[in-house]
Design a protein around this ligand. Structure first.
Ligand code: AHR
Length: 502
């Protein structure tokens, strides 16, 4: 099989926003406790944060990190999580049937973000709380001093405001599982009131309104339309969430899930632009794809759930998916989908960061390691700089049970006018055959191959585990070569590849 594409630095989709490489830390399972935070660990710093995890987070190249949930946030009282630790209450977390100690809260997490060099994206509780609590946490976080809540922050040892720019107006409010779930009318009104109040306090915010929890929700489309009719003037982004998994051994469909993400993004853009036309506005609403990943959700639901109220554990092992080669290829492909829509997807969060459906795993008292999905994320975050380019791809196709006929190869490219460097990101979805890709790079000028990385393995279900932490990695792709204005590269079956040119 083969595929061809042409790159032209003049044909851009849009600038790649660094926020596309965001992630998500929820108070869920061992993401925070025994994940980023483990005071007794040999690598813990004076604040109790694991420095081995911090190093991996930096290497992953994560921009904004969404916090503190997730479903957790809809039962969360933000004020429980600040102030002297010994006075913080323990609470039952209704979303995950766990006990939350509140040992780590807003101030500690903001301090951790400074250490790893990432930005805070904070979600307010619009499930069981409302406008006043949202304004209160904003006052605590962003007002310099001179008010009760800003002075409380200073007393708690955080003299400078956190200056949080990105705020999520609740989480997955379309989902019946969400505490305080509302219909689109009711949520739209609440989100509009909350956004207006928050902007009265701080005029320099970027606000994300909840879109659909996935594209298969029965309200998908109408939810976005109704919510945006209420909030169009108040918000900057609408969220999308999507998780994918291989079902019933159908690897062919699983490898093509990025076509579903493409469809999801394009549908939400169309709906947002419809509301724009209806209201006669010039501003555009962009997408914050603030939860996306591979998640073996059906396995999680098949497990015994924690129900006995007397034994809601602290930091249980929940949603600890072990990712394989095929999962990493899919994650690489989902990044390609996000980049292909860089004009409208200007923020995204890989859900989540540590232990919980995560690229980084830890063992209490033991090591931290990279899952297979770490590699495509880290490399794409490092190399996808500048503008995303329009990529017209022709090539062989295959037929899937879930998505019909799809291309065997998917690809996107970026070009950085500042350095003249470009990068091409590719996946080969064939289960059996290598595919040769020819890329016309003549319009990029005289370029050479700077770096190549391919993730593949004879065993597509191989994974990195505690017992074998470096079983899967990335290696150079020796086939990549530029001659006569064309890059040729051979992609092994079920593989993800990045080529940097300059
Ligand atoms: O990321 C895990 C969960 O998935 C989040 O808490 C929720 O928002 C989504 O359903």
């Amino acid at each position: 099989p083969s595929a061809d594409l042409t790159l032209d630095p003049h044909f851009t989709v849009g600038a790649v926003n660094r926020r596309l490489f965001g992630s998500f830390v929820e108070h869920l399972g061992r993401c925070v406790y025994d994940g980023i935070y483990e005071p007794g660990h040999p690598s813990a710093d004076p604040e109790g944060f694991r420095t081995d995890v911090m190093e991996l987070v930096r290497e992953l190249g994560v921009s904004a990190i969404r916090y503190p949930g997730g479903n957790f946030v809809s039962g969360f009282r933000w004020e429980d999580s600040v102030g002297p630790r010994e006075e913080r209450p323990s609470r039952l977390d209704l979303a995950w049937h766990s006990t939350e100690s509140n040992e780590v809260g807003l101030d500690e997490f903001a301090g951790w973000l400074e250490k790893v060099g990432s930005e805070l994206m904070y979600a307010v509780n619009l499930g069981t709380r409302g406008v006043l609590e949202a304004v209160d946490v904003l006052e605590y976080a962003n007002i310099r001093s001179g008010t009760t809540l800003s002075d409380a922050r200073i007393k708690n040892g955080r003299v400078d405001p956190h200056r949080i720019r990105m705020w999520c107006l609740g989480n997955e409010m379309d989902g019946p599982w969400q505490l305080g779930h509302r219909n689109a009318e009711d949520y739209g009104k609440l989100a509009s009131q909350t956004a207006k109040a928050m902007r009265q306090l701080d005029g320099d915010l970027e606000l994300v309104v909840c879109g659909s929890s996935n594209a298969s929700m029965p309200t998908f489309g109408s939810w976005e339309h109704t919510v945006l009719r209420h909030t169009y003037d108040d918000v900057d982004y609408i969220s999308c969430h999507a998780y994918y998994e291989e079902r019933d051994g159908d690897a062919g469909s699983f490898l093509a899930v990025a076509t579903n993400m493409d469809h999801f993004i394009e549908s939400v853009v169309a709906t947002a632009d419809t509301v724009r036309a209806e209201l006669g506005r010039s501003k555009r609403i962009n997408i914050s794809f603030d939860e996306w990943n591979v998640w073996y959700n059906t396995r999680f639901h098949a497990e015994e759930q924690i129900t006995d109220i007397e034994r809601w554990p602290t930091a249980p092992r929940l949603l600890e998916d072990s990712y394989s080669v095929i999962d990493a290829v899919v994650v690489g492909n989902l990044l390609i989908s996000l980049l292909k829509h860089a004009d409208r997807v200007t923020s995204a969060s890989l859900a989540q960061l540590v232990n919980v459906i995560a690229p980084i795993m830890t063992e209490p008292g033991g090591p931290a390691w990279r899952q297979t999905t770490f590699f495509p994320f880290a490399i794409t975050s490092r190399l996808a700089v500048g503008d995303a380019l329009e990529v017209r791809l022709t090539g062989d196709t295959y037929t899937t049970a879930l998505y019909g006929e799809v291309p065997l190869v998917d690809a996107v490219a970026t070009h950085d006018p500042a350095t003249g460097r470009s990068a091409v990101f590719l996946v080969n979805r064939s289960l059996t055959e290598a595919t040769t890709v020819t890329v016309d790079v003549a319009r990029l000028g005289a370029v050479a191959v700077l770096e190549t990385h391919t993730l593949t393995d004879d065993d597509i279900y191989a994974a990195n585990t505690l017992a074998d932490r470096e079983r899967v990695g990335v290696g150079p792709n020796e086939s990549a070569a530029v001659a006569d204005g064309h890059l040729t590269v051979s992609l092994p079956p079920v593989s993800w590849t990045a080529v940097s040119l300059g």
